[in-house]
Ligand binder design. Structure first.
Ligand SMILES: Cc1cc2nc3c(=O)[nH]c(=O)nc-3n(C[C@H](O)[C@H](O)[C@H](O)COP(=O)(O)OP(=O)(O)OC[C@H]3O[C@@H](n4cnc5c(N)ncnc54)[C@H](O)[C@@H]3O)c2cc1C
Length: 442
């Protein structure tokens, strides 16, 4: 019997239970549907990366690509090849769930089954519960229960005797032109495995190095995980034998990804709305010229500008700097987090609704287990603390490379280098943020 493997965020051959399930049903048509509902709002970096990732997958699997609404395309295709089953890894995002329900119904009408096997997570959302069968709202108890729940061993590799079906008419993968100067990481399963094993050799240093944006101290696995070029289960299995703070902290970071997916599953409205509704009542400023300065990396606060420029040049920003830049937008410029989250999703290759929007809400103080609103990051002291040699600022704000104090250039140095004066006074805006917070607390 013929089956269809509908790839989405699982662009790999190894440890891919849905693909193995499809092949177990018989000759398999591997399919990817370029869905305008996801493609059109994606920023160029993510589109370009997705196309690269699909090209990489096609070296191992003859994926047919179609364009259009998956509800029509998947059903038509399954009928065309006479499939009795369509296999997917379950999607837990707000849009993906709705889409899959609609596809499942349309397939059922045609007498075809949608089979969901696995998900992009080690433990799928809605599985980790407390003693009263409730989902967790706070990270630390979630992560304990998540580790206690455990996960399956990685699934095997692609069988040698895999049999594939092809479609006669498929579309060419589009070429995505990136603005000059943007350099994206290499996509695909092979690149993901290479990056992962290189990082695994230095995971012992992770605990110390991960908060320093000026050193290559993190794994850079987020885009590979986003597109499923490697599964977190594979990562966790490789970490299993390793003791020490580096491996332990790394496991916790994977748990954050799973926590946010769970929170978004429980509260799909929080993709747009405040998790803590009282924050919707706070007074905010409309995004204006300062917002543009933030987007373009010319706020006059070097660590903020370095981060915003790194984002545009590479489609990635260091986690510590994501927090600093997000805090600056919400608490120094008083702009609502949704504007910043949208900008991040426009540029991030790893842009992921759950991790991004809840990372923003956490920083804004309106999210889960949030850093209290009154703890306002001082961008200058954050820069000095986490980028002590100013290597990061020097790299991304090169006009400050030779000044005496790149984290707080003098007015004379700003004039000489053309680097702007601060768009706002942090001390005054910190107080303003606290005053506005008092109003919603009262
Ligand atoms: C405002 C803001 C927005 C963010 N937007 C995204 C996003 O769109 N996509 C995304 O994948 N991550 C996002 N993060 C989380 C984090 O910044 C990135 O996962 C991390 O910087 C990716 O680099 P890395 O793979 O080298 O991380 P590492 O430090 O090597 O971490 C390993 C993996 O753990 C996961 N992880 C680490 N930290 C977090 C976290 N705080 N939340 C969720 N998962 C985490 C990621 O999958 C990451 O690849 C955001 C954080 C903030 C504060």
């Amino acid at each position: 019997m013929t089956s269809v493997m509908w790839f989405r965020r699982d662009l790999r051959t190894a440890d891919n239970p849905a693909l193995l399930a499809a092949l177990a049903d018989g000759p398999t048509l591997p399919l990817f549907v370029l869905d305008p509902a996801l493609w059109d709002p994606s920023g160029l970096p993510r589109r370009a990366y997705l196309v690269d990732s699909l090209r990489a997958l096609r070296r191992d699997v003859p994926v047919s690509v179609l364009h259009g609404d998956p509800v029509r395309r998947v059903v038509e295709t399954a009928q065309e090849v006479g499939a009795t089953s369509v296999h997917v890894a379950a999607d837990y995002g707000p849009y993906g769930r709705r889409r899959d329900e609609a596809v499942a119904e349309a397939l059922e009408d045609a007498g075809i089954e949608l089979v969901r096997t696995g998900s992009p997570y080690a433990v799928a959302p809605d599985r980790v519960k407390n003693g009263s069968d409730q989902s967790y709202k706070v990270f630390t108890p979630f992560s304990r229960a998540w580790a206690a729940h455990g996960w399956r061993d990685p699934a095997g590799a692609l069988p040698d005797d895999a049999r594939w079906r092809h479609l006669k008419d498929t579309v060419d993968l589009p070429d995505v032109a990136l603005p000059d100067g943007i350099e994206l990481p290499t996509a695909g399963e092979a690149a993901a495995n290479e990056a992962w094993h290189a990082f695994l050799d230095k995971v012992t240093d992770y605990d110390d190095a991960r908060d320093k944006p000026g050193v290559e101290g993190t794994s850079r696995m987020s885009h590979h995980l986003k597109y499923g070029e490697i599964h977190p289960r594979t990562i966790l299995a490789d970490l299993a034998g390793r003791q020490g703070a580096g491996a332990t902290t790394y496991r916790q970071e994977i748990a954050w990804r799973e926590f946010y997916a769970d929170v978004l599953f429980q509260r799909p409205d929080t993709a747009r709305d405040y998790l803590r509704p009282e924050f919707a009542k706070m007074q905010y400023d409309a995004p204006g010229a300062d917002f543009e300065a933030w987007q373009e990396g010319r706020t006059g606060y070097p660590i903020v500008d370095a981060g915003m420029r790194q984002l545009r040049a590479t489609g990635w920003m260091h986690n510590r700097v994501r927090m600093i830049t997000a805090s600056f937008l919400v608490k120094d410029l008083h702009v609502e987090w949704q504007h910043g989250a949208r900008h991040f999703l426009q540029w991030l290759v790893d842009g992921d609704l759950a991790s991004n929007n809840h990372g923003w809400q956490w920083t804004a103080g309106s999210g889960t287990d949030a850093s209290p609103f009154f703890r306002v990051f001082n961008p200058t002291s954050q820069g000095r603390k986490f980028d002590p040699s100013a290597a990061y600022v020097r790299q991304w704000v090169p006009e400050l490379a030779d000044v005496d104090d790149p984290h707080e250039p003098s007015s004379a140095d700003r004039k000489a280098t053309g680097y702007p004066e601060p768009v706002v006074d942090h001390k005054a805006e910190r107080q303003e943020a606290l005053d506005r917070y008092q109003q919603i607390k009262a």
